[in-house]
Design a protein around this ligand. Sequence first.
Ligand code: UGA
Length: 473
Amino acid sequence: MRISVIGCGYLGAVHAAAMASIGHEVVGVDVDEEKVRRLSRGSAPFFEPELDSLLTAGIASGSLRFSVDPREARDATVHFISVGTPQQAGSDAADLTHLDGAVSALMAAVKDGDIVVGKSTVPVGTAERMAQRLRGTGATLVWNPEFLREGWAVKDTVDPDRLVVGVPVLGDDAAASLPGTPTPEGERAAAVLREVFAPAIATGTPFLVTDYATAELVKVAANAFLATKISFINAMAEIAESTGADVVQLADALGRDARIGHRFLGAGIGFGGGCLPKDIRAFTARAEELGRGDAVRFLREVDEINLRRRDRPVALATEALSGSVHGRRITVLGAAFKPHSDDVRDSPGLHIAARLHGLGAHVTVTDPAALENARRAHPELSYVADRDHALRGAEVVLVVTEWDDYRHALDPERAGALVSVKTVIDGRNCLDPSSWRTAGWDYYGMGRPSVRSRAAVRSRAALDDRAVSGALV
Ligand code: UGA
């Protein structure tokens, strides 16, 4: 099929390359000339495993090209919109400027019978508005949210967990229709998308047809659920820190209940990136607009728990350095919001590094992929590409991104010979505490007991005991 992809950021570039890889003829359109130049050379403007080879193969075979001219979309019959919907400045709501711009550009390119497919994450109700804008062009709008994860974007696009397709449905007044029954054009649009995604469907990927609002909600609800799961375990980490319990053992035991599961129960410094934080805020803002703020008020708490976790490594570093980080040397391992990515948007680790710098520490940051982006976001910090060089002379080592380079490839004996004080704060609970302790390190995890926290718990128990005995007397 002939496909256009409007917006070639993270989502669009991967989608365009993936669609070409499954046999479609694809043009990717973006307003950013430099991005289009790079993509046309087969080089992704961001770090994503497997993407460069997919781009190169598509371009070489002639099935993939990129352009700044939206008129290039005219030959296509299916048009994906994959522009960003960032958080508005000064508000929690999503900024739909790029989406409105993409629809305007498409209105001049689409023809009767074309399918326009929204993939961007949007506030519920947006698809209906976009469908009204497209009325009169003869094109049908469908909403097909994307669930890809950075670092796994190619796999998630080619072989997704599920495909959700929101289509126009019959109105309540339509005689004898069940609510949510697709209109004839909705049926046709769903059939076209079945053809687009035929290889994934053939391998068993569920294809779920819904109305617009449900499709839009599936996306934000999924991200809200994932964020809630992370904040839940981080809330347990806070309780563990006051009781001497170990949140890693707790998560392991909880996850063995098949109804709960292990994934996204990783306690640490919390979630960041360009999706979960802004999506839960935009969801809350939209629910408030709809007069249903109460239904998702807990997401404000989820956000607060998440942001509060960033205080913990700062407090631990301050404690380890006897009350002040001022003038002390702290090495931060990681800058990306998660491994296998060079994305530093709302990166908890980078935020912590900047706070420590603000408190007067000499902070050195290293990361296998995200140094350039980190430098642009926080030019005030010192950056060192080589991990071992970065470790030299550190008085505290802080792990904020669980790259393999730190979790598996960093030997505590070897690291111990490089630093000046053997204190490590594991912001992602990704190191093995016993091997670090055996190598002579003071190890601090998130929500995990340390010698110091155990002593505090024991003295609190003694006080409680005295209070209880006193009350009994
Ligand atoms: C997230 C969703 O997982 C995707 O399904 C969705 O498509 C995407 O947002 C999006 O809306 O575009 P992503 O932002 O790539 O994907 O990252 P995640 O893998 O979800 O991780 C988000 C953050 O949570 C990271 O900072 C990660 O370190 C943190 N995290 C994750 C934890 O703190 N603990 C965990 O157990 C898991």
